[in-house]
Design a protein around this ligand. Structure first.
Ligand SMILES: [Zn+2]
Ligand SMILES: [Zn+2]
Length: 176
C-alpha cells in the first residue's frame, strides 16, 4: 500500500483523502489476524519538505485474555498523526521494502511513493493492549486448580487458609 506523492505535492497545502483496506493476515501472525480486515483512513497534506498524515487505523484482532487465557476479539481504533520528512533518493537503488522500512522507522519519504506496509505492521504492534482482558471484571483462572472462574467455582483454599480465588483481589489492595 502506498501514496503517490506528486499528486499530494501538486495540491500543496490541500488535504487529500485516502482509504485503504486490507487483510490482517498480510501484516500479523495467523493466530492474531484471524480472517479479519483492517481499515486505514488518511488525510495527507504537503508543506515544504514535509508530508503531514493524520487519520485513523481500525482493525479487529484476536488476542488471549491475560487472566483467563481465552481468545477473544479486540477492536483496535488508533488515531494517527505523523509528519514525514521528504529526503532525496540515495545513490544506490532502494527497494520498495527498504523504503517502507525507512518510512516507518525514521519517518522519512524518498522518491515518488510513501510506502505504508511496514508502517501498518508497526501500527498493529503498537496498537495492541499489553494486558488485554476479555471483560473488565474477568475473574481469571484459579491459581490452585486452573478452573476458569468465569464459568464455574472451585473450593481451593491454600495452606494458610487464604481462599485462592480471592488472591487476585488481594493484589489490588493498596499497601497501608
Ligand atoms: Zn478473561
Ligand atoms: Zn481452584
Amino acid at each position: 500500500m502506498r501514496i503517490y506523492l506528486p499528486e499530494v505535492k501538486e495540491r500543496r497545502g490541500e488535504a487529500l483523502q485516502y482509504r485503504f483496506q486490507g487483510k490482517n493476515r498480510d501484516y500479523l501472525e495467523e493466530s492474531a489476524a484471524g480472517d479479519n480486515d483492517f481499515t486505514l483512513t488518511l488525510s495527507v497534506r504537503s508543506s515544504d519538505d514535509k508530508i503531514m498524515v493524520s487519520g485513523r487505523f481500525e482493525a479487529g484482532i484476536t488476542v488471549n485474555c491475560s487472566r483467563c487465557l481465552r481468545p477473544f476479539r479486540q477492536q483496535i481504533d488508533s488515531e494517527i498523526d505523523e509528519i514525514f520528512t521528504v529526503s532525496p533518493l540515495p545513490d544506490k537503488k532502494s527497494s520498495p521494502e527498504d523504503l517502507a522500512e525507512e518510512t516507518a522507522n525514521q519517518l522519512t519519504v524518498r522518491g515518488d511513493y510513501l510506502y505504508l506496509d511496514e508502517y501498518i505492521r508497526q501500527l498493529f504492534i503498537i496498537s495492541q493492549v499489553y494486558n488485554p482482558l476479555c471483560q473488565p471484571d474477568c475473574r481469571g483462572l484459579c491459581p490452585g486448580c486452573g478452573t476458569d472462574l468465569n464459568e464455574s467455582t472451585c473450593s481451593c483454599v491454600d495452606e494458610a487458609g487464604i481462599d485462592l480465588r480471592l488472591l487476585k483481589l488481594k493484589e489490588f489492595q493498596p499497601d497501608r
